[in-house]
Ligand binder design. Structure first.
Ligand SMILES: [Zn+2]
Length: 366
């Protein structure tokens, strides 16, 4: 039986916590990672119905998209909605883990699921995140170049788009003088050493930094390794908020909305005036997406499909882009399928399933 920690590792490999937005609170909300995991139940939100389902199915892990503790919780007192949920989980030895904006910010995440169901092609992130990568420069003796390179690649550095094992190297002369207490790989005490070295450069995702540095040290022959870490301003099309892509061919907005209604079982789609006859380029943000309206405009989307738009937000598309609100739960509902799939791919024998309980708090009186 895997530990709860093992299930979390699978989720964090796919959606590292480092990628969550600053306001978020993804991760383990309550529980003990070192317990064996009897099974996991997946839902968009933590509700009492989901907890009761987990109890009856004897599953001690609930994985949600929305963190159950989002704003600071200063007390755990019965009668408060969030406290009651957390108390119920703790009483029943159930751990709760949330994969939220970190799962929004990977291309194959929440928005990738929506885009796939609308057959969007040529998808890329709508608003790439800053600060996801850094550059590592390390100086290595020539004969150790390949070993160090391989070790650093194996730890996850050097991946750019559809390429891996990316690096740059240039030969040069390195100097150092071993001092008292040193145990140099080469050279003599108190005498300046000149060594033929190679300057190796890699880029790497920040969340793998510790692993990559460990791999570098493990393969490097020097007692004290000369290396530098540099921040990068580059933004990568695979990491960030929202998604944008194209339909196979232009369709009428009515046709597009019919597809959305059928595939997402939406109660209602609220939208601005349909001033375009056909649309092709679609921007998407599951859940509350008003912060991405400007990015969708800049990327020349014909239509931006999202949720939680307020009255004033609907003015922001102007006569350039149609705005459509499909409902928060409706847009993100397939996130649970994604989480189940991510775990199944890595641990096929593990009992993970979607909760049967309805968690959408919004109902439509039609
Ligand atoms: Zn959401």
């Amino acid at each position: 039986m895997p530990l709860i920690r093992d299930i979390i590792n699978v989720l964090e490999t796919a959606a590292p916590l480092h990628l969550q937005e600053s306001y978020d609170n993804a991760g383990l909300a309550c529980g003990n990672q070192d317990l064996e995991c009897s099974g996991a139940l997946v839902a968009l939100d933590l509700t009492m119905a989901v907890i009761n389902e987990a109890i009856s199915l004897k599953k001690n892990l609930i994985i949600t998209h929305h963190p159950p503790i989002f704003k600071g919780l200063k007390q755990l007192v019965s009668g408060d909605a969030v406290s009651d949920l957390i108390i119920a989980c703790i009483k029943n030895d159930i751990s709760v883990y949330a994969s939220h904006t970190n799962l929004d910010n990977v291309l194959y995440g929440v928005n990738g699921e929506i885009a796939a169901r609308l057959n969007l092609q040529k998808t890329r992130v709508l608003q790439p995140m800053p600060g996801t990568h850094r550059q590592l420069v390390v100086f290595v003796p020539e004969k150790n170049e390949e070993a160090v390179k391989t070790s650093i690649f194996t730890a996850g550095a050097g991946i750019v788009g559809n390429y891996d094992e990316c690096s740059f190297s240039a030969a040069g002369n390195g100097t150092f003088r071993p001092l008292k207490g040193s145990n140099p790989f080469t050279g003599e005490l108190n005498i300046r050493s000149n060594e033929q070295e190679v300057r190796l450069e890699f880029i790497y995702p920040v969340h793998l930094e510790n692993r990559i540095l460990q791999a570098m040290h493990a393969a490097h022959p020097y007692e004290t390794v000369a290396y530098s870490l540099y921040p990068m301003e580059n933004r990568f099309a695979e990491l960030g908020a929202g998604i944008i892509g194209e339909l196979d061919e232009p369709v009428t907005v009515q046709h597009f909305f019919e597809q959305v209604k059928a595939r997402f079982q939406t109660g209602v789609i609220r939208h601005t005036e349909l001033f375009k006859t056909t649309i092709k380029k679609i921007a998407i943000c599951g859940g509350a997406g008003k912060s991405l309206i400007i990015s969708a405009l800049k990327n020349n989307a014909d239509l931006f499909l999202t949720a939680d738009l307020g009255y004033h937000d609907f003015f922001m598309g102007g006569r350039q882009m149609i705005l459509a609100d499909m409902g928060h739960f409706e847009s993100e509902q397939f996130t649970s399928d994604l989480i189940v799939r991510l775990i199944n791919e890595k641990i096929p024998t593990f009992a993970v399933q979607k909760a049967a309980s309805k968690t959408n708090p919004v109902n439509y009186f039609l």
